[in-house]
Design a protein around this ligand. Structure first.
Ligand code: XMP
Length: 509
């Protein structure tokens, strides 16, 4: 039985970070909404209650059912979680009368308490709350505090239940990792045995058991996630896995042939489908970004379905879904309304009536990369920048033509190759070029030109949710601009995008 820590989500923006910190300790954990608590069995070694944008004083405060948890399993309330444990058990939470956002220092620490073992005096912590605990219930003991926040942390006597009003999961809490480790490893006694290698062994054997001799089909994209899924399945069921790689004509220059060759080398049973013409003709005269995405999504499903139907007796559809996608869809706040219609394979299972397998469903992106490393997948795949499913179609602003695709492929290829040559590729999270629907005047030799403008985009990020523009060296930008204008016919001006996300997005469409 896989031991785990349960994280109850009350909607904090930091809930995923708590999960990451626990997993960094090689302890497995899962996030559940506060009102969908799973059965509490022996596999659950402890529970963490997250923060929340809500207040425990609200009429509609979020109330979890802790009947099988509090006093039975070790529990740690963070921020809202702590305030909940105080307010609803005989204490009091009030609006704070001074700022409790940002850095603070723990002036008082009870180092005899296991949660604060080896945590240094005065250590910096990160506060982020509008409410504060003003009275603790009788059987609670203060174990840490700051100048302004007297009840910075508490423990309930005779129970392994703790609360902390600061956020140990964020980077600015200097010894946050230690505090989480004290809770997870010492107090919960969770085993630190969840590693990429153990994930591979257990997943391959689970896949074997689940699938048996059935056939599985998987869409490959050239990205990290689907490549890792294919490698795991290839190990588990070999030739019973058929992979389908669709050329939609909107990939980077030469990407289709290079990736196809790598897949074959990796021993995958892979079918390549040239659907360039179909995609291009359906996109003719379309300029609205969401319409482009929908057409591409629908086309992908059609092409994939047709190919998959040629394989006899397929029972399963594998997908490269990863944990952030899952968390997004089960989040307390509900699926975010602001995201673009990203997941282009989303409609597949319904159309195809297949059972779905998602072996990476519980992994974060960096964990997928670590698993990929354990599986000896090359850095070409593991370190590849993210690339959107609709490909270059959303980097050609306005209508798409074959000619525009070719121009953009050349520009993009020069940009990406130069980033690699200058050892900048791995420092950037994602890079690409955008073809603008703007002509500008230039001179070449004695002639006046009137040609296209391209924008270069390079960003640093950890998850694509927020991003800053990469501060690439001026010399590099200058060289690359010359190289593009001198080599790509039809382009006479290069600009560099210096917008961060938010308020801009990474893609332009
Ligand atoms: P934005 O533009 O929303 O992009 O800041 C965030 C990340 O998502 C990628 N992206 C997409 N990926 N289908 C995808 O598979 C899409 O329609 C899509 N749109 C944006 C983008 O490249 C970046 O990594």
């Amino acid at each position: 039985m896989q031991e785990k820590i349960l994280i109850l989500d009350f909607g904090s923006q930091y809930t995923q970070l708590i999960a990451r910190r626990v997993r960094e300790l090689n302890v497995y954990c899962e996030i559940f909404p506060y009102n969908k608590i799973p059965k509490i069995d022996d596999s659950i070694k402890g529970v963490i209650l997250s923060g929340s944008p809500f207040s425990v004083r609200d009429k509609n405060a979020l109330i979890p059912d802790l009947l099988n948890i509090k006093g039975i399993k070790p529990a740690l309330g963070v921020c809202y979680g702590a305030q909940y444990l105080a307010h609803f058990y005989g204490g009091k939470v009030s609006p704070s009368d001074h700022r409790e956002y940002g850095r603070a220092n723990l002036k008082f620490i009870d180092n005899t308490n296991e949660l604060f073992k080896d945590v240094s005096a005065n250590t910096q912590v990160w506060m982020s709350h509008a409410d504060t605990i003003t009275k603790l219930p009788d059987n609670y003991k203060v174990i840490a505090g700051t100048d302004d926040v007297k009840f910075g942390a508490f423990k309930i006597n005779d129970e392994e239940t703790y609360g902390i009003q600061f956020h140990p999961e964020v980077y600015h809490t200097q010894e946050g990792k230690k505090i989480i480790k004290n809770f997870v490893v010492d107090i919960c006694q969770a085993k630190q045995d969840w590693t990429p290698a153990s994930f591979v062994t257990s997943t391959v054997s689970e896949l074997k058991n689940k699938i048996g001799n059935d056939k599985v089909v998987l869409g490959l994209s050239g990205g990290v996630d689907s490549t890792v899924v294919a490698t795991l399945l290839n190990k588990a069921i070999g030739k019973n896995l058929t992979c389908i790689f669709v050329d939609n004509g909107l990939l980077r220059k030469n990407e289709y042939s290079q990736v196809m060759a790598s897949y074959k080398k990796m021993g995958f049973n892979v079918i390549g489908v040239d659907a360039k013409n179909k995609f291009l003709s359906d996109l003719k005269n379309v300029s609205e970004p969401e319409t482009k995405r929908k057409i591409i999504g629908r086309n992908f499903i059609e092409v994939f379905d047709k190919e998959a139907n040629k394989i006899q007796n397929v029972k399963w559809l594998a997908q490269g879904t990863i944990y952030p996608d899952v968390i997004e869809s089960i989040s307390v706040k509900g699926p975010s309304a602001t995201i673009k219609s990203h997941h282009n394979v989303g409609g597949l299972p319904d159309v195809m009536k297949l059972q779905v397998i998602e072996p990476l469903k519980l992994l974060f992106k960096d964990e997928v990369r670590r698993v990929g490393k354990t599986l000896n997948i090359s850095d070409d795949f593991l370190k590849r920048h993210p690339f959107p499913g609709p490909g270059l179609s959303i980097r050609i602003i306005g209508k798409i033509t074959q000619e525009k695709i070719s121009v953009l492929q050349e520009v993009d290829d020069i940009f990406i190759s130069c980033l690699k040559e200058n050892k900048l590729y791995d420092k950037v999270w994602q890079a690409g070029a955008i073809l603008l629907p703007v002509q500008s005047v230039g001179v070449m030799g004695d002639e006046r030109t009137y040609e296209n403008v391209v924008a270069l985009r390079a960003v640093s990020s950890t998850d694509g949710m927020t991003a800053d523009w990469s501060h690439l060296p001026y010399e590099f930008l200058s060289n690359i601009s010359n190289k593009i204008i001198n080599n790509v016919k039809g382009v006479n001006r290069v600009v560099f995008d210096i917008s961060s996300k938010p308020p801009a997005t990474i893609e332009w469409e």
